[in-house]
Design a protein around this ligand. Structure first.
Ligand SMILES: [Zn+2]
Ligand SMILES: [Zn+2]
Ligand SMILES: [Zn+2]
Length: 152
C-alpha cells in the first residue's frame, strides 16, 4: 500500500478506536502499519523482526500476539487461519458494511487480496456443508489462487 494510503488508514483507525473508547497506542500503531505496508500476510514473528528493523522497537512475541488480538477485535486486522498469519483489513478507511471476508492468496508470490462474497453464496456453502454432516466452523474462506501479475 502506498505511503499516503497507509497514513489515511492509520488516521481512520485512530478515529475509530477513539470513537470506541480504546487507545491505539504507538506500539499498536507500529504493528498495524507494518501490516498495511505489506501486500502479503505476516506472521507474529515476522512482525517482531519488522518492528525491530523499521522502528528500532523490540517487541516480545507475546506482546505482538496481544497487539494482534486487540487489532482483530477492532476489525483492523484479519487472521489467515490456515497460514497462521495476519493481514491489515482493506476497509479500514471505509464506511460501508464489512460483510463476511474471504481471502484470495497467490500461491506463487503469497500476496493476499481481501474480497467479500455475497451472502447467498455463503448460505449455499453452509447448506452444502451441513448436507455432508459437517458444521461450518468459520465462514471465512482462504482460497488458493494465482494473482494477476504472477499469471502474466
Ligand atoms: Zn476487512
Ligand atoms: Zn471498503
Ligand atoms: Zn502472485
Amino acid at each position: 500500500m502506498a505511503a499516503s494510503r497507509v497514513q489515511t488508514a492509520i488516521k481512520s483507525a485512530e478515529n475509530s478506536c477513539k470513537a470506541r473508547g480504546v487507545n491505539l497506542t504507538s506500539k499498536r500503531k507500529q504493528v498495524l502499519s507494518a501490516l498495511l505496508q505489506s501486500n502479503k500476510a505476516r506472521s507474529a514473528y515476522e512482525l517482531v523482526d519488522y518492528c525491530k528493523d523499521e522502528f528500532g522497537e523490540t517487541l516480545p512475541p507475546m506482546s505482538v500476539y496481544r497487539i494482534l488480538d486487540f487489532l482483530q477485535n477492532e476489525h483492523l486486522v484479519h487472521k489467515l487461519k490456515l497460514a497462521n498469519k495476519y493481514i491489515a483489513c482493506t476497509h479500514i478507511a471505509c464506511d460501508h458494511d464489512h460483510g463476511v471476508v474471504q481471502f484470495l492468496i497467490c500461491n506463487s508470490c503469497q500476496s493476499v487480496k481481501e474480497i467479500t462474497i455475497d451472502k447467498s453464496t455463503i448460505n449455499t456453502l453452509q447448506r452444502t456443508v451441513e448436507d455432508a454432516g459437517f458444521q461450518l466452523a468459520s465462514p471465512q474462506l482462504e482460497i488458493n489462487c494465482i494473482c494477476h501479475s504472477c499469471k502474466n
